[in-house]
Design a protein around this ligand. Structure first.
Ligand SMILES: [Zn+2]
Length: 266
């Protein structure tokens, strides 16, 4: 519990934010990486999960985490659109590293992949990676685009612990995922004018399953929409979530912070 006598006061002093999905090693930060990270300090983005989609990227993330293991978590996975290119054995080797916290982002993407055989291969790799995550006792971070029913069916049949990143479905669907114990991460889309689904999901599901994410450098929230995204924009997302839930930003951020700790320790 966070609400021990000492921490109440401390929590009121500053809001602590979490970004559960950030591609901070993306080349779009090569020129100003240090300044971008400095802004995460100023904005109190206390924990960031670095998403890595290649072995080289995962190795770089491990170097970043070594300098600040409290701040950084790392996910590594074979992205659905990369299933043909990645070498399984070298992926397993890096996934086993104790510095890797999570297997992701993995899942299904039928938006970019229309070929039926390739979609079948995506499902095969999704299942393989869930089973690897189980073997390694690490949670999964799941990407799902235009494939929510297949994603759900696989995550029900191969039930494990994990989160749905950038949740693309309805509140009814979100409820089904949380019934299985999966967390729901919401990002910049919730701040968009046409964000009916994301708003309803945020309003409706048990608050203990809600997480915040940027998916940077993509999906920048309003008022930064269209620009390069970065973890220091998380407060825009959490403010919107708090507004939707009709609670204070502090309460929303605290709930997410607790959820993230519980997620990592489940
Ligand atoms: Zn991503």
């Amino acid at each position: 519990m966070r609400f021990s006598a000492g921490s109440v006061w401390e929590n009121r002093m500053t809001v602590h934010y979490v970004d559960t999905h950030a591609h901070i090693l993306d080349e779009s930060y090569f020129d100003d990486y240090d300044e971008m990270m400095q802004r995460t300090e100023e904005a109190h983005i206390d924990r960031i999960m670095i998403i890595t989609l290649s072995k080289e990227e995962a190795l770089k993330a491990i170097e970043v985490k070594r300098k600040n293991p409290k701040k950084f978590q790392i996910a590594t996975g074979i992205f659905p659109c990369d299933v043909k290119e990645r070498d399984w054995d070298s992926f397993v080797e890096i996934a086993k590293d104790p510095m890797i916290d999570c297997i992701g982002e993995i899942g299904l993407d039928y938006h970019w992949e229309k070929d039926k055989d390739m979609q079948a291969l995506q499902r095969e790799y999704f299942v393989k990676q869930i089973e690897l995550a189980r073997e390694l006792n690490k949670p999964i971070a799941v990407h799902s685009r235009e494939a929510i029913q297949d994603t759900f069916d696989i995550m029900k049949e191969h039930h494990w612990k994990g989160l749905m990143h950038c949740f693309p479905g309805t509140k009814e669907m979100a409820r089904e995922f949380t019934k299985l114990g999966y967390y729901i991460a919401l990002g910049g889309a919730i701040t968009f004018k046409n964000a009916r689904h994301a708003v309803e999901v945020c309003e409706d599901i048990d608050i203990r399953y809600l997480l915040s994410e940027t998916d940077c450098p993509y999906m920048a929230p309003v008022p930064k929409r269209g620009k390069r995204n970065e973890p220091s924009y998380i407060p825009y997302i959490v403010e919107k979530m708090a507004e939707v839930r009709k609670i204070s930003v502090e309460e929303m951020a605290d709930a997410i912070d607790e959820n993230w700790t519980r997620f990592l320790n489940q």
